[in-house]
Design a binder for this molecule. Structure first.
Ligand SMILES: [Zn+2]
Length: 257
């Protein structure tokens, strides 16, 4: 998410950045390779995610290990568990005013300090659980396949002779941006919400944070420009869905803000 993290808001133009000299014939003639790039294996997705995560880290301001942010995130991480469907996770804080968080298929989880500033631990757990859901449910992998399958990145990847051969730094950066700012369908968002709810319950964490984090994000979006709203539409309905689930489970939903 940057809670936006999860937002694929970059358009095709941005993805073409590294490929402006690519000619149309090249694009059209590489159909076979393109298909290969589009149907990535889990191993390829992991490799590409490793690279994209490293690239994002290199551009970010990472919170030091002894910082309050990192210590707080470590505590949150231990509450959530150390893996997504068996994939070990790796948490870091990006120090920035932006409000976002994202998870990649290789277990790379990044939380922005701007999000940690506006949310309590319970809410951050809910948000990360949601992001983990996008990975666990295959949304992130699908997003990567779409990114590689719909534009020049695909050609660059395919023509490197085996898929992920040699994406240039800028191509990798563009792919990383796609992942960091992924936009999912409303259905995927709802599925990730349910995943987070189930995860929180399983880990003995109060799911109230799901409701209140939505409400905070919605309020923030009303107050200033943010792309979070793009990816997390219908936040009222989503909050209500979680309230309903809590009631069905005999839990007291949080009071309306
Ligand atoms: Zn989402």
């Amino acid at each position: 998410m940057k809670m936006r993290a999860i937002l694929l808001s970059l358009g095709t133009a941005a993805l073409l950045t590294g490929c402006q000299n690519m000619d149309q014939n090249g694009l059209l003639s590489s159909g076979a390779e393109a298909y290969q790039a589009y149907s990535l294996s889990d191993a390829q997705v992991k490799t590409l995610s490793d690279e994209a995560c490293k690239e994002q880290d290199s551009k970010a301001s990472l919170a030091p290990a002894n910082s309050t942010y990192t210590q707080r995130l470590n505590k949150i991480a231990s509450a959530l568990g150390d893996n997504i469907n068996g994939q070990p996770v790796n948490y870091k804080v990006y120090v920035t005013k932006d409000v976002n968080a994202f998870a990649m298929a290789n277990g790379c989880i990044r939380v922005y300090s701007g999000l940690m500033d506006m949310m309590n631990d319970n809410e951050v757990e809910a948000v990360i659980g949601h992001e983990m859901g996008h990975v666990a449910l295959g949304h992130v992998k699908r997003g990567m396949q779409v990114a590689l399958g719909t534009n020049a990145l695909r050609v660059a990847a395919a023509s490197a002779g085996g898929v992920l051969g040699n994406l240039s730094q800028s191509q990798l950066g563009a792919l990383g941006e796609k992942l960091v700012n992924a936009q999912f369908s409303q259905r995927q968002e709802a599925e990730a919400d349910d995943y987070s709810y189930d995860l929180l319950r399983k880990r003995g964490i109060n799911p109230s944070g799901l409701v209140t984090s939505f409400e905070k994000l919605a309020k923030q979006d009303a107050g200033r420009q943010s792309s979070m709203f793009d990816d997390h539409p219908a936040s009222e309905a989503r909050a209500q869905h979680i309230r309903d689930r809590m009631k069905a489970d005999g839990l007291q939903p949080p009071a309306a803000q």
